[in-house]
Structures are given as C-alpha cells and as structure tokens.
Design a protein around this ligand. Structure first.
Ligand code: GAL
Length: 824
C-alpha cells in the first residue's frame, strides 16, 4: 500500500516537473523575426496601460484584444505610481502590475513590458516620481550616479517581482520582450557625452538583470547590441534596424493621438492605420504594436502635459470605455488574420518586387517549398492604380495595399472597409425612482486665511511651483502684502496688478476680492495676467493661486521645466507707468486647497455633514459641489456629463475620476469633420470636435459605483453651473455596413441589445455614409424585407451578398453592394 502511494507521489511529482518545464517559452531573435520556441513569428501587439483602466475592466479589454487578432499586450511600468515616496511602494488596485500581467496570461496572450522607467506616455512627469527632482545633485536621464542608482533600484525591483511570480517567458510566464528607457534617441543630443555614456549604461544594466528574453530600445539608432532598436511613428515601412541581426520591429503605431485641453479630437481613419500596418509587413516588418489599442482614462492627477486631457481615448480600436471602435477594430482584425495566414512566407520567404510606376508596387514573398504571398501597394495619395500582375488586373485605390495570400486572389485591401461602422449613443443612466435633476449641496473653498496672506511658510521672492509643492497638489498659493501711502509720490488709487507666470493657470485676488483668472493658451505656458485693482491706503493683500495641469512628460531636460510664478515679476502699475515691483517681497505660501486637506470628496471627511443645501451658487469661483445619485445597474459604461461646469476635479465615491475642464473649448474651424484617409496622416488631419468643449463627458468605471447610493463631488475653480450635470451610459445606437458582392455582411449590436429596426437597406448602388445613406438608381426591390427578416430581433446577423440571397437588381455595369443601417 505504502509502496503504491510512493509510486503515485513520484509519478505526480514527475508530471508536475514535466508540466512546468514544458511550459517554459524560449524567446530569441534573428535578423528576420522574434523566434518563439524555435519558430520565427509574425507578432501583433497592442498597448493597454493598466493604470488607465481598472482591474475589473482588464479581462474584457484583453479578451477583446485577443478577439481582434492580437498576440500580445504591451504596457509601460509607471514608476511614479509604484514608488510615490522613496522606497515606499504601491501595487494596489489599478496599479497591480502583477495582476495585470497574470490576467493577460489567463486570456492567453504574451506581454511586452516596457519598463522604462522613463515612459513619456502623456503621463505626469513622464512617469518619474517627482521626489527624484528633489534629490541633491541628481540629473535625470544622464550619466549621473544618483539617478542611475534610483533607476537601477526600481528596474531591479520590478524584474525581481516578475521573476518571483515566474512571469518571464523562460519561467513559463507570458513576458516575451522587455524595454529599457524610452525614445532616448529623440532627446539625447543635448545631453552630450554623458548622454552617450548613460545609454551604454542602460544597456549594460538591463542585460545584467538576466531576464532571458530580448531587450528593445525604441527610437535609438545607436542602441548597442544585443539591444534591438525599434521604430515609433505613424509609418515605419522604411525603418531599418541598426544591425542585420535585429528584426524590423515597430513598437508604437499611433492609432490616433492624444488630446490637450483646448484642442480638437484627433481621428485616424481605419483605412490609414491598416495601410501603415500592411506597408510595414510588405517591407519586411515582423513585429508591430498599436499605441494605443485601448487608451483609457487619466484618472486622478496622472495626466501629463501640461494640458493632457483626462480622456486618453486616443481614437484606439477599443474606445476609452472599452467598447469596440468600429470599423477600426474589425478592419484591423481582418488584416491580422491575413498576416497570420502568411506568417511562414513573411518570416522565411525570399523577396522580389515589381514596380508599376506612379507609386504602385508588388512585393512577392516566396519560400523554398514553393509557397508565395503577395502585397500590391499604391502609395500615390490621389490616383487609383489598375495594375496587371501575373496576368490578372487589380484595382488598387490610392494610398492602399491589397494583400493576395496566394498571389492570385485579393482577400484584403486596406481601403475597402467591410466591417460595420458603429455610432455610439449616450442614454440617461438613472435608477427608476430617481428624479431627473440631481440635488446639490455646496461649500465654499475656505479662502479666509489665504486672502489675508496667512500661509504655512514664508520665503523672500517667488518660488518655483513643482519644487515647492513636490507635486502633492495642483494648487499653490502665493501671498504678499504691500503698504501703500497716499502721500507717496507714486501713489495712485487705480492700478494694474501684473503677474508674469510660467503657468499653467492663475487666479488673482486683491484685498479679498477675485480680480482675474487666466490660463495658458496655444501651447505657450508662460503668460502675463493683468487685472485692474483699487488700492487702499495702508495694507493691501495680494493672493495668487497658481495651478498646474499635468507636468511636462517629453523632451530633453523636460524635468527641469518650471511651473508657477517663479521669479515673477509681480508688479503694480499706476499712473505714468510707475511700477512697484513685489517680486522680492516676503511671500507666504500654502500648498493645496483647504478642501483637499479636509478630503471633502471622502465620506470620512471631518466636514462630511457640513455641506449647505440652500442658495446653491452658480458660476462662483472656488466652490465645492456634492450630490448623491443612484446608478442604473447593467454593464454599459457610465459617464458623467459635466456640461456647464468650468474647470476642476471630480470624485465618485472618493475615487478621483480626474481633472475636468469643460469650459476649455476648441476654436471653430472649417472642415473639422471632413476626412479623406489618403496621404500621410497627422493629428490635425480628420480631427473632430470643433467649437465645443475638448472634453465634456468623464468616465465613471463601473467598479467605482455602488448598487445603492453614490456620491459625486466636484471642486470648481473658475465657476460653473452644476444643475445640468447628469449620468449617462454609452452603447451602440446605430450599426451600418456596406459590403460588395461575393462577401458577407455582418452586423452586431456588440452587447446585450438586439437590432430593433432597419433604417436603410439597399442592394445596388446606394451612396453616402452611416447616418446619411441615399438610395441608388439600380437597386433590388425586396432588400428591406429580406434584411429585416434576417436581422430584426437578433443581437447580430449576417447576410451573404449575392443575387441568390437578395434577388436580382438592375445594376449592370457597376459592382453592386449591400448597404444596411440598423438601429440597436
Ligand atoms: C512617443 C512616446 C509615447 C507617447 C507617444 C505619443 O514618443 O514614446 O510614450 O508619448 O509618443 O502618444
């Protein structure tokens, strides 16, 4: 009996050892591709930054990435949130890096981990903890012992955590690639020789961590071997790695762009993203990562900048809330399937090309076993090409790539979108017994002490803001007193207060009264505020509130860019331009708001029961507002519509949902919504959202909400009207598709809803776009009824586009298509 037990135990132990050793993944590379377990791979990856969503959202986001045909999820590691104070660490909730990586592993994808730990990423201070800035003698991102010691300490900590949790591929984990630094090559020049030494040090330090998988450096043409230098940009087809032994890798294909307060909403069309990807693989690329695949939200004060918005939607294939952005998601999914099908020829084939002139070119990959796969590209920005290739004619629209996996049949063209377009709608999110208008309470921000110059410390002269607050708050009060005497020769009753500041926002008070507010515009953060003031004999109090809106995250020496009224000058200007310079006065200072200190957004605030319920002020500066609400249950993403609010911060049940700045509007400008996908894309091309707030809706993750009562708290600094604030859910409203003969039209409500009716259906030559289709001249008679029958009441439906299914139409010389617009 005992013998039998021992044998069983031995067998189990052997089996376990076998399982764990067999799950180890070997990752290497050659000049062609990343090699996984001996096989060269085509790898498609997408960026999802874990702190920009919640752990509750991660499984769904990652599953949608997998369904979209990705192999890997890429993320940075965000040093500032993990080490908020030196040697004090936080890996909780949205900052739970290990849980995120394990979630990716559970869904069955690889991880590309860009440790940085400088990340850029439109993240506050580029991901550096601001305490670094305070260390005596430190210089960031250069050959400086103090900095290198901190960087090595954090990087080693992360790598040790990964090893301990067995997350590296050779340990059976999902991580196949690691990155050190980020785009140092773009900033390196001004750092001179120490910069070059730092770069070499980064490579050596990374290597010494023995991760057993490849290291990459992006935008680093002089990356030393065996670091693989990779490309970032909108197009990377002409990129060449710096060694014949490195594969051609693209770490950031920008799927759109970020938004800045006051700016428009960038939109990069699906056709152009697909074009850039197809061109990259046509030209020998084998690894490509979408930056971002899901952009998400800059919660709290994590947005970088200055002036990066709270939404980091990025026009990515998954929208800020995690919904499929269609047609982008689906159009790329189809492309991924084709590229995967061609994996062998792309990673092993010999390459020949045929040039047809005028921007048209064929690339033929052929393997020794006789398989081949082809691309025909047309890089001309306006002229479509008809090319005769190996005996067949192909129409290749301008700025597009056709893919022929067998070199005969075109199965994909980047400009021919067959995936549905989804138009999202917002619906009121109200529990049944809730009144339609929220009931508000309020409190003034306590200004009493600040208005008479009482601070927590004093200094001669005007201090730099970031060094003073250490970024513990956006807000810094600068206060001084000036004695004016009616008998002095330069006395005048009416004067101008003039403040020179390096930004980002300034509110000025004089003798207890608000006299002006101003903010940086057009990307220039230095500005001058001028406000008329009335002088009184004796003491006059000047109180200035300087506000940062995200710290700079990019550029050489970005960490040294100042904020606040550093140095001023601050002057009073009276008759005949006589100025009284207050810059070298004794100034008193206070960091942060009284309401922040008292945590007014928290139910545990000592002032929680002290909100006023009458005489709700509107458009009043420096005001706190609070309301309770019930959220309707369900799974659809929730947003709060902060229309008519000015600028400030918002919290739901004590969780900061980020800064808001609804009053910062984009300028009206012509052609805002027109979009031609052809030609090199840039953020101003195809942008949306002219003449409206840059961001009006703010994401409230479901996991922040409670089933019964919820609390929304707003701090408003410029003045706003909360009475129209309301909660909404976001869902697919309309789904459209337009598909040519021979293919299948597919429509889906992408969630729990079913198709309620068909607004438009035509099998023929209909024109227009989703939301505004027009009938053609030769369509079939019975299409609407057929489509209704197939789709109404269904969550999704598919129809083969053929005469057999749809009956004859009268189109003789135009290719016919089925066009449908459905309501979910
Ligand atoms: C890159 C950088 C990313 C991100 C991107 C723009 O230069 O590496 O972190 O900032 O630009 O979104």
């Amino acid at each position: 009996m005992e013998m039998k037990m021992n044998l069983i135990t031995l067998f189990l132990l052997l089996a376990l050892a076998f399982i764990s050793s067999s799950s180890a993944t070997d990752v290497s590379f050659d000049g062609r591709a990343i090699i996984i377990n001996g096989e060269r791979r085509v790898l498609l990856s997408g960026s999802i930054h874990y702190p920009r969503s919640t752990p509750e959202m991660w499984p769904d986001l990652i599953q949608k990435a997998k369904d979209g045909g990705l192999d890997a999820i890429e993320t940075y590691v965000f040093w500032d949130v993990h080490e908020p104070r030196r040697r004090e660490y936080n890996f909780e909730e949205s900052y739970d890096l290990i849980r995120f990586i394990k979630t990716v592993q559970e869904v069955g994808l690889y991880v590309v981990l860009r440790i940085g730990p400088y990340v850029c990423a439109e993240w506050n201070y580029g991901g550096f903890p601001v305490w670094l800035h305070q260390m005596p003698g430190i210089q960031l991102r250069t050959d400086n012992e103090i900095f290198k010691n901190e960087m090595e300490n954090f990087t080693t900590l992360i790598v040790n955590m990964l090893k301990q949790e067995k997350l590296l591929a050779p340990q059976g984990g999902p991580i196949i690639i690691t990155q050190i630094e980020n785009e140092y090559g773009n900033a390196q020049g001004p750092y001179g020789e120490p910069g070059k030494r730092y770069l070499q040090w980064c490579a050596k330090m990374a290597e010494s961590l023995n991760v057993g998988i490849p290291w990459i450096m992006c935008q680093q043409a002089d990356a030393p071997q065996p670091m693989i230098n990779t490309c970032n940009g909108y197009y990377c087809d002409s990129f060449k790695p710096n060694s014949p032994n490195s594969p051609k890798m693209w770490t950031e294909n920008w799927t759109g762009w970020f938004k800045a307060w006051g700016g428009r909403d960038p939109h990069r069309p699906a056709e152009d993203v697909a074009y850039s990807v197809a061109r990259f693989f046509q030209e020998g690329g084998t690894f490509q990562n979408y930056y971002m695949y899901h952009g998400g939200t800059n919660f709290g004060r994590t947005a970088g900048g200055p002036f990066i918005t709270t939404s980091y939607d990025y026009d990515a294939p998954l929208d800020e809330y995690g919904n499929l952005r269609q047609p982008k998601w689906g159009h790329l999914k189809q492309l991924h399937a084709v590229l995967k099908f061609m994996e062998k020829v792309l990673t092993h084939g010999d390459v020949t090309t045929t040039d047809f002139g005028n921007g048209a070119k064929a690339t033929i990959y052929t393997t020794t076993d006789g398989n081949s796969g082809c691309f025909i590209s047309n890089t001309n920005t306006s002229v479509d090409a008809t090319v005769n290739f190996q005996g067949n004619n192909y129409l290749v629209p301008a700025w597009s790539v056709s893919i022929l996996p067998d070199c005969k049949q075109e199965v994909y063209n980047t400009a021919k979108v067959t995936t549905q377009t989804s138009l999202m709608v917002k619906k009121p999110n109200q529990a049944e017994d809730e009144p339609s208008q929220l009931t508000w309470t309020w409190r003034p921000e306590r200004l009493r002490e600040s208005l008479v110059g009482l601070g927590s410390f004093a200094s001669t002269g005007l201090l730099e803001q970031i060094s003073t607050t250490r970024d513990s708050s956006d807000y810094l009060w600068y206060m001084t007193r000036v004695v004016m005497n009616e008998n002095e020769p330069d006395w005048s009753k009416e004067m101008i207060l003039r403040v020179n500041t390096t930004g980002h926002i300034l509110h000025a008070f004089f003798n207890g009264k608000h006299v002006g507010s101003q903010y940086a515009a057009n990307g220039i953060y230095k500005f001058v505020l001028e406000a008329p003031v009335t002088i009184r004999p004796g003491n006059n109090y000047i109180t200035l509130l300087s506000v940062t809106v995200g710290l700079t995250n990019y550029g050489p020496f970005f960490d040294l860019i100042p904020a606040g009224i550093v140095g001023g000058p601050v002057q009073l200007i009276g008759n005949g331009n006589v100025t009284k310079d207050l810059s070298s006065n004794k100034w008193t200072y206070k960091i942060g708001l009284a309401g922040e200190e008292k945590e007014l957004y928290s139910e545990n605030s000592p002032l929680a029961s002290k909100w006023y319920s009458d005489q709700l002020p509107i458009y009043r500066v420096m005001s706190w507002y609070q309301t309770t609400f019930k959220a309707a249950l369900g799974e659809e993403p929730v947003v709060v519509d902060l229309q008519r609010m000015g600028k400030g911060n918002a919290w739901v049940n004590g969780h900061s949902i980020g800064r808001y700045w609804v009053a910062n509007q984009t300028a009206p400008s012509d052609g805002c919504n027109e979009c031609d996908y052809r030609g090199p894309w840039s953020p101003s091309h195809c942008a949306n959202g002219c003449d409206q707030p840059t961001q009006r809706w703010y994401h409230v993750p479901r996991s922040f909400l409670k089933a019964d009562q919820n609390t929304l708290t707003l701090f408003e600094e410029f003045g706003g009207n909360p009475t129209e604030v309301n909660f909404q859910t976001i869902t697919v409203g309309t789904a459209c598709a337009s598909v040519y003969e021979g293919r299948t039209l597919e429509l889906s409500c992408q969630g729990s809803h079913t198709i309620s009716h068909i607004e438009f259906a035509s099998y023929g030559d209909a024109q227009g776009t989703c939301g505004s289709f027009q009938k053609g001249t030769c369509e079939a008679d019975n299409t609407l009824a057929l489509v209704q029958q197939a789709c109404v009441g269904q969550k999704s439906c598919s129809i083969d586009v053929s005469e057999d299914v749809l009956g004859p139409n009268k189109c003789s010389n135009t290719p016919s298509k089925l066009v449908v617009q459905a309501v979910c």
